[in-house]
Design a protein around this ligand. Structure first.
Ligand SMILES: [Zn+2]
Length: 227
């Protein structure tokens, strides 16, 4: 029987460290393949254990700065909606005044992990994407319940291991697998859009595109109506 893994993503941590991920490939920005992201680390668990690993659920925790001027909240809500509908994530989102609320993210992630761990048969391995030492107590207790833990962190911007005070890597009794770094997977988490043929919604002409959005307009129609 396959080992059951549940993934927990600290959205604030991922957002803060995305630059290191991009820099690894020498780029300023790229789209992350969120559908693939949790599966990658389940593959690592499967390889470590030499057993099949099935991804039960991905839980994502994030915030929306509702009062920050100029911030497009509807775009952010659309992103969380995309995670749920297109990537199969379970999201828990909290509106905050400005910036992010790290405490809210950490508290809700810890509560969720403990909740699932306490239900019989939900998962065998918790994969935490978010290397924050504040998670040490929850990870120790989840392990006391007989669950195994995999932690995914990030190197510093110059490729070194993170300083001891800012990582879970050196803490005792928090994980069961070798520490993983998301930037080592930069190439794998980078979204590669397939070129597909789509019909223009306006003129009906067929054109090759990487655009995956709901409505497609061909290059001629886009040029004509843009200005
Ligand atoms: Zn057209």
């Amino acid at each position: 029987m396959a080992v059951k893994a549940m993934v927990f993503i600290d959205g604030g941590w991922l957002y803060r460290n995305r630059g290191i991920l991009f820099a690894k490939l020498g780029e300023e920005n790229f789209e992350i393949d969120y559908a693939k992201l949790p599966k990658l680390f389940c593959e690592d668990v499967a390889n470590f254990l030499d057993e099949d690993c099935s991804l039960i659920r991905t839980n994502y925790f994030g915030t929306i700065p509702s009062a920050r001027s100029g911030f497009n909240t509807s775009k952010q809500y659309a992103f969380y909606d995309f995670l749920e509908k297109n990537c199969g994530y379970e999201t828990e989102i909290h509106e905050v005044e400005v910036g992010t609320d790290e405490n809210w993210i950490k508290m809700s992630l810890a509560a969720s992990m403990m909740f699932y761990a306490a239900q019989p048969g939900t998962f065998d391995v918790a994969v935490l994407i978010g290397d924050d030492p504040d998670y040490a107590p929850i990870l120790r207790r989840v392990r006391l319940l007989g669950k195994r833990v995999q932690i995914v962190g990030v190197h510093t911007s110059d490729g070194k291991n993170p300083p001891a005070a800012t990582t879970l890597a050196n803490r005792s009794c928090v994980s069961d697998f070798p520490f993983l770094y998301i930037d080592d997977h930069a190439e794998d988490v980078r979204l590669v859009r397939a070129l597909v043929k789509r019909i223009c919604k306006h003129c009906g002409r067929e054109e090759e595109t990487t655009w995956a959005g709901p409505e497609f307009f061909c290059s001629a129609c886009r040029g004509r109506y843009r200005g």
